[in-house]
Design a protein around this ligand. Sequence first.
Ligand SMILES: NC(=O)c1ccc[n+]([C@@H]2O[C@H](COP(=O)([O-])OP(=O)(O)OC[C@H]3O[C@@H](n4cnc5c(N)ncnc54)[C@H](OP(=O)(O)O)[C@@H]3O)[C@@H](O)[C@H]2O)c1
Length: 272
Amino acid sequence: MQVIEANGARIPVLGLGTWQLNDRVGARIVEQALRLGYRHIDAALIYGNEREVGEGLHASGVKREDIFITTKVPHTELAPLNLERAVKQSLANLRVSDVNLLLIHWPNPQIPLAETIGAMCKMKREGYTRHIGISNFTVALVDEAVKLSSEPIATNQIEWHPYLDEEKVRAACERHGIAVTAYCPIARGRAVGDEVLTRIGKTYGKTAGQVSLRWLIQKGAIVIPRTSKVERLSENMAIFDFELADADMAEVDALAKPAGRVVSVGWAPRWD
Ligand SMILES: NC(=O)c1ccc[n+]([C@@H]2O[C@H](COP(=O)([O-])OP(=O)(O)OC[C@H]3O[C@@H](n4cnc5c(N)ncnc54)[C@H](OP(=O)(O)O)[C@@H]3O)[C@@H](O)[C@H]2O)c1
């Protein structure tokens, strides 16, 4: 598995998203993914399925040291004492003594970022996580987080797929040596039926979903597609044996549009 090195972290370029992978499906898919060679699992306390994710991790037989586990602190739990409690809950759910990466799931303007970042750094110093990171941070917030943090920030996890131009955030992260992790990397399934991606994929013997994932990797991103189907785990993994030509990269770039976001952020607290 290829890795991206960022501020001391070595993050496998392909991970498994786990949102909505509940009950037996969640445990089974995580177990199967690890057996197939996935080495990076993206979890979150707010998904309500960390226990099942933990079951899959332990059932896989893959050694803990060989798995990169990410989890996230919900935006409601960013005050220091709450954050600490949330992290301990995640570790208990997953049945691990630490995670590789702990993310602020979503910024919350009602809680001072300095306090949250301070608590994240404490979690790292005390061994609950090996690295810290952020998610859904804008350019201004990335700069702010870097200024406030005494520990390096490994990644900013953001929505990114062919329908969304994330160049500004990507460039800001690059300036700070922060890796970008692309969530919804197949646009919640929309990329799969896309005519342009399908046509490009045919020239490489690949599917539209694979083109979407490959395009992100060639832009330097880490991708965390989710599937509840075992057969799709292999399809989403088969993205390292071809390379999109510059003209195809440019054609995928052109799919971006202002309303390209697939995640509704209406519920999220706003900073501006
Ligand atoms: N930090 C954040 O705020 C945040 C927000 C959203 C997501 N995330 C993380 O990012 C992960 C990925 O995002 P996502 O789950 O929203 O969307 P996604 O991975 O872009 O898309 C998942 C959807 O695509 C389908 N799919 C997957 N592989 C396929 C294939 N090869 N062919 C056809 N359909 C396929 C899946 O259906 P089937 O199950 O039927 O295959 C599912 O409906 C999440 O699971 C979560 O871990 C983080």
